[in-house]
Design a protein around this ligand. Structure first.
Ligand code: HEM
Length: 137
């Protein structure tokens, strides 16, 4: 049965989305591929304040792991996500939004998830990206 795991006869425990799609390794692959795209992107790359994209990659990975039901290491280290506030220093306009999603799309597709899992993940990412836009144009 998709999404549930039998613990004992009569007791079913739901698996988190995080577990269903393969846990930490899947999210590491996703965000690593995404940042390969960012590293080559003439609009996005200059927005990242640090020379090394590694720490930013780690923060997004841990955030997504936490969001989808995995360990809460992100908030243990960074506190409440407050993502809109954390993006306020950056100009997230339509072009930045589109570039972000373009790299994410490639990364999501390369995961090779089931259609249903891919759709769930993609719906969230597009919704979240739209909510991060903070500048006209
Ligand atoms: C829409 C286009 C977006 C752009 C241009 C953008 C850009 C950025 C930039 C420049 C940073 C700073 C890098 C760092 O120091 O970590 C950042 C951080 C971050 N972004 Fe985005 N972002 C976008 C959308 C999103 C979305 C949709 C999410 C979540 C699904 C997200 C999650 C994060 C997280 C978790 C951090 C690190 C926050 C922290 O703990 O400091 N971003 N983003």
């Amino acid at each position: 049965m998709e999404g549930v795991r039998e613990i004992r006869r009569g007791t079913l425990q739901e698996q988190t989305f995080y577990e269903q799609v393969g846990g930490e390794e899947t999210f590491r692959r996703l965000v690593h591929r995404f940042y390969e795209g960012v590293a080559e992107d003439p609009l996005l790359r200059p927005m990242y304040p640090e020379e090394d994209l590694g720490p930013a990659e780690e923060r997004l990975t841990l955030f997504l792991i936490q969001y989808w039901g995995g360990p809460t290491t992100y908030s243990d280290n960074r506190g409440h996500p407050r993502l809109r506030m954390r993006h306020a220093p950056f100009t997230v306009d339509r072009a930045a939004h589109d570039a972000w999603l373009k790299h994410m799309r490639v990364a999501v597709e390369e995961l090779g998830l089931s259609e249903e899992h891919e759709q769930t993940l993609w719906n969230y990412l597009t919704y979240a990206a739209a909510s991060m836009v903070n500048a006209p144009g």
